[in-house]
Design a protein around this ligand. Sequence first.
Ligand SMILES: C[S@@+](CC[C@H](N)C(=O)[O-])C[C@H]1O[C@@H](n2cnc3c(N)ncnc32)[C@H](O)[C@@H]1O
Length: 379
Amino acid sequence: MSDVILYDDNYEKLKEIDWDFENETQDAIAKLHPYPARFIESIPRYLINLLGVESGSSILDPFCGSGTTLLEAQKLGKSSVGVDLNPIACLISRVKTQALSADLIEQGDYIYQIAKKKYEEGDLEVPLIPNLNHWFKLDVQKAIFSLISEINKIENNNIQDALRFALSSIIVRVSNQESDTRYAAIDKKAKANDVFNGFQLAFKKLESAKSGVDNCYEAKVINKDILTVQKEDIDKKIGLVITSPPYPNAYEYWLYHKYRMWWLGYDPLDVREHEIGARPHYQKKNGQTEMDFYRQMNTVFLLFNECVIRGGHICVVIGRSVIKGCEINNAELIQDIGEKIGFVLVANIERNISATKKSFNLKYGKIKKENILVFRKDR
Ligand SMILES: C[S@@+](CC[C@H](N)C(=O)[O-])C[C@H]1O[C@@H](n2cnc3c(N)ncnc32)[C@H](O)[C@@H]1O
């Protein structure tokens, strides 16, 4: 059961919820593409419903990942802005929140057939990607390459995004990587046909999961390092921020999506370089410390101060992490940053993390609680 500490009696309604959401099941759209450490949908949904968003203002998630906040905002009839450094995160967020083209299945079937034919004709030269033979069988490489080459020729961005999403969703499954959270090579016996059939099934599932979903409220997705984002990039009045920043030395989003990025033509090493919290920054000699995380989050909070309207709220979901053997209480750092900037902490919710959440960092897996800090901007 979660524990809600209130600093303002006007927020009694936050106490009526058990924020552990133990029996939560994933919705059909969330299941389509793996993403580590994503929100359970109830967290943004309840925060939006209980805190409200002033009419004419939007919801911001500056670390939007797979777009859970944006999709929940859309379901509740609110416009939103999401930022993420990771291009796979932005692809997922866009596809989840954009209406699909009516031609998706027809175009997908066409790509499937033409790519399969080119694969069977046989003279495909796969691109130079580091360690490709370690992670993918040669036939699988050729099948992926054949599909991505055809998808990249599509002129309609909406269909191209949807098919890139479908292909990206199956990359780890057809690789030699043990699982999305286990970075070890094993023989999974994947064949070229698993790539073609998996791809076809993925775009069909996407179409079926999204049928009947109303995507008419705008969700703007910005693919940028949040530390470089300006108020002008957001370009909207923000009434509510709901976000879960990357915890220092916990998850590694760039590593999780490394081969998805190589195949889709992005540079994972560039993403690693700018990814807040990524373990390589903390593990090298004279590496980053929690004070670097403090400075990064301070920059993000200064952006909130510029974009959020008076009376608006900022909700940050954050857990502890372990840096060089010491447990760091990131919620305390965030509370200090928010209060020094002048936001008022109205609630601190401590929730239990589900045992099924997995990370590459085993030490992180031992941390069982996280906090939801709710601030209000009064001036
Ligand atoms: C905890 S995840 C967010 C998950 C999200 N709430 C969801 O439901 O999918 C944190 C996100 O921060 C992103 N991130 C890390 N460093 C960043 C940076 N410098 N700028 C923008 N996003 C960054 C990661 O790519 C990751 O998607």
